[in-house]
Design a protein around this ligand. Structure first.
Ligand code: G1P
Length: 309
């Protein structure tokens, strides 16, 4: 990236926590990280790295744990495979194999103990140093045409502090997310965050605006995380540290703003949403849709009629 561009964006690093056990997808995730489950023909984690790179963040730090080696292999060169494809002159597949290793500078730090998302982010402190940085959670995929992360970086440039992505969800869904109390700004897609609660019961939720897994964090968050006690589920929560920053002025790492996102987001964190994501991505793929969509329509018609066998 050119120097002048770097000084405009300032945010150049992304943290992607991938240490989770993926218990919701057992037994598939017994020996395969959930981040490596394919969305059509690419592992979910690659879409997340592509999103970071397209927002100008080509320094990616993954916070990993045991059983995650295949993620490292995926973003590394695969000489034997590449050679075999080269000998067969299978250029398309060769390019697809090279793509993931050429994408970004990917670094790895191990979390060691599963002490929560806030703790995972804190494991990136030495790598990130004193710069603002992005956090991308792998369970949330953002449509490839969206510019959410770029917009969040812009908002950080304008207002300083930290920035979270917010999406309006149904009341019965708020207990699955970090939830924000917000105040409007002069910009229709930007709000000031006045409070945050991690996974509140519906009757205690400050709004229906939920944190989706994209953050731009001020480096001041590391000091706060070091002092943040375990919160919901006995884990050190990123939401709790951001809540603290939301109360602070610019000299102390605050404030926190939210970008209201109304675009395409796909959840891959549970089985039904994962299946939806795979089907939607397949229907958007020009090389697959022509064959897949008519089959899907026919399957549904047969299903309605009770004769899918
Ligand atoms: C995490 C965060 C939560 C956020 C969510 C977005 O929860 O703790 O605040 O709303 O990601 O996907 P998780 O789903 O990892 O339990």
């Amino acid at each position: 990236m050119a120097d002048e561009q770097r000084s405009v964006t300032q945010v150049t690093k992304a943290i992607i926590p991938v240490a989770g056990l993926g218990t919701r997808f057992l037994p598939a995730t017994k020996s395969t990280p959930k981040e490596m489950l394919p969305i059509v023909d690419k592992p979910a984690i690659q879409y997340v790295v592509e999103e970071a790179v397209s927002a100008g963040l080509d320094d990616v730090l993954m916070i990993t744990g045991r059983n995650k080696r295949s993620i490292e292999d995926h973003f590394d060169r695969a000489y034997e495979l590449e050679e075999a494809l080269r000998v067969k002159a299978d250029i398309d597949r060769l390019n697809s194999v090279r793509e993931s290793s050429d994408l970004a500078q990917v670094h790895y730090v191990r979390q060691g103990e599963p002490r929560g998302l806030g703790h995972a982010v804190l494991c990136g402190a030495a790598h990130v140093g004193g710069e603002p940085f992005a956090v991308l959670l792998g369970d949330d995929l953002i449509g490839a045409r969206e510019t959410l992360l770029k917009r969040m970086i812009e908002v950080r440039q304008t207002y300083g502090g930290s920035v979270i992505a917010l999406m309006e969800v149904e009341p019965e869904q708020v207990s699955l997310y970090g939830c924000a109390a917000i105040r409007p700004t002069d910009e229709p897609d930007v709000v000031t965050v006045t409070d945050l609660v991690e996974k509140p019961p519906v009757d205690q939720a400050p709004s229906r605006w939920a944190i989706i897994g994209r953050y731009i964090c001020d480096p001041g968050i590391f000091d706060v995380l070091r002092k943040t006690p375990p919160g919901r589920g006995g884990e050190i929560q990123l939401t709790d540290a951001l809540r603290e920053l939301a109360r602070r002025g610019p000299a102390e790492g605050g404030p926190v703003h939210g970008v209201l996102f109304r675009g395409q987001r796909y959840d891959t964190g549970n089985k039904v949403d994962y299946l939806r994501t795979v089907v939607e991505f397949a229907c958007e793929r020009p090389d697959l849709a022509e064959e897949f969509l008519p089959w899907l329509r026919d399957f549904l018609a047969r299903h309605e009629a009770g004769s899918t066998r």
